[in-house]
Design a protein around this ligand. Structure first.
Ligand code: FUB
Length: 440
């Protein structure tokens, strides 16, 4: 590794926008992204492929949030199969979606082979509880009740759609936890519809996006003038490609832009040449033509996502707010909530597009260590970039015993930079990290 000796760095500002390095999350395998904008934040609910899974091994549902589309804060598990007392399963937590109505947050969860359940919470962070004690929908004659998507039309009517390989829909009552009328099997589903419907309305157009016929799966879409169809196939939002076997759309408008989310096996491929059911959530910017149709987006990595606002390092930031991380994991503690763990020598975290304004003079971080500790090299823009400070972390006597560690920072001229935390130490786990903040 290169040794950087200068004590004081005068660094030039980079262009404002940083670009996301995909997939969005690296600390876990996160599939079936279901984004929803709540106030000024994107809440990204995902499913969770267990590390080492060779087939689907899915026990719980996760949450990440972002205000810039590039740095994502990990909120861990927000619901699991255990929240449904009417099933006794240790697999099958498939693609969910969360929607808000009248200040409550409803999470629709397929439990593969056991229908679709619903959970409700007073906050989008949970806790989510099961108000029914039974399935909301369960057509027991088949196993097709997966991938629910719910939207509320302008007239207040809520609709739920779901299914593989057929598309079903039903009206939801205003309570969002009971259905109204008969379940309909949609006769006009597009010919290449497979699963993963995502239904929404934009302007006067109704959209049905979906994972196209397996395998590989792309993202197709159809449009309609009504929530009940007929649906007219319009093309592919993303073409199917051998680069990802599966896909699963989620679409939002956010801060003046539109985004399509989906999934890939790219992180799995970075870790192993073997095919494993370890998928990751992806996102790309997308656009609409004047007639409402959608131009095809290139594969995730080519299309990419740009940061839409900078991160303020002078506000307390959770260590689990990550633009890119290697080697690290996250866990939850009763004392501090989510934190970053399994930090070993040369692991690192990048926080993208950090606006240091005129510069910074100090840095503090909450850390815990039951080992000898280690140090954090704080660098800009590259693993070997200018080092603006080093934070020594000593033992705190326990992995959940937290103390504040402070480092002097030599950064004049501030500007917008990708911030690299590079972890150094000897053997084994060095320390856990909770939150950090710079001072001017
Ligand atoms: O993640 C499990 C299943 O795989 C989802 O429910 C489908 O959409 C497919 O992504």
């Amino acid at each position: 590794m290169k040794k950087l000796t200068a004590a004081l760095w005068l660094v030039a500002a980079l262009p404002l926008a940083s670009t996301a390095q995909l997939p969005l999350v690296q600390t876990r395998f996160t599939a079936d992204p279901a984004p929803v904008v709540i106030n000024d934040t994107v809440f990204l609910y995902t499913t969770h492929d267990e590390d080492g899974a060779r087939g689907f091994e899915m026990l719980d549902w996760l949450l990440y949030t972002s205000t810039d589309m590039v740095n994502w804060t990990d909120h861990g598990t927000v619901a699991s199969l255990k929240d449904f007392t009417w099933i006794d399963k240790d697999n099958g937590a498939w693609a969910n979606q969360v929607i808000e109505r009248n200040g409550k947050y409803y999470m629709y969860c397929p439990i593969h082979g056991n229908g679709i359940g619903v959970l409700v919470a007073d906050s989008p962070y949970g806790p989510f509880v099961d108000p029914l004690g039974e399935a909301l929908v369960w057509q027991k004659e088949h196993w097709n009740d997966i991938d629910p998507t719910v939207f509320i039309d302008d007239d207040g009517q809520a609709w739920m759609y779901w299914g593989n390989p057929d598309l079903y829909y039903v009206k939801l009552n205003e309570d969002m936890i009971s259905i109204s009328g008969e379940i309909v099997k949609e006769p006009t589903k597009p010919a290449n519809y497979q699963e993963g419907p995502w239904v929404y309305k934009r302007g006067r157009h109704y959209y049905l996006a979906y994972a196209s016929t397996c395998c590989p799966e792309g993202i197709g879409y159809a449009m309609s003038d009504s929530p009940t169809g007929p649906w007219v196939y319009k093309g592919m939002i993303m073409d199917a490609t051998q680069r990802t076997r599966g896909n699963h759309p989620g679409i939002i408008d956010y801060k003046g832009k539109s985004y399509v989310f989906g999934l890939s096996y790219d992180l799995n491929k970075m870790k192993t040449p073997e095919f494993m059911e370890q998928r990751s959530s992806m996102a790309s910017e997308m656009t609409y033509n004047l007639d409402g149709t959608i131009p095809t987006v290139a594969y995730w990595k080519e299309a990419g996502v740009k940061q839409i606002e900078t991160l303020d390092p002078f506000r307390r930031t959770q260590a689990e707010t990550i633009g890119w991380g290697e080697g690290v994991k996250t866990l939850r503690s009763d004392k501090v909530g989510m934190y970053v763990t399994q930090i070993q020598n040369n692991d690192y975290i990048i926080v993208r597009g950090v606006d240091f304004r005129q510069g910074a003079s100090s840095f503090e971080i909450e850390a815990a260590s039951a080992s000898q500790g280690g140090r954090i090299e704080i660098r800009l823009d590259d693993f070997y970039g200018p080092q603006i400070g080093v934070c020594e972390i000593g033992s705190t006597g326990g992995w959940d015993s937290w103390k504040t560690f402070i480092a002097e920072i030599n950064l004049r001229g501030g500007g917008v930079h990708d911030l690299f935390f590079i972890f150094k130490g000897t053997e084994g786990d060095l320390f856990n990290l909770d939150s950090w903040q710079f001072k001017q």
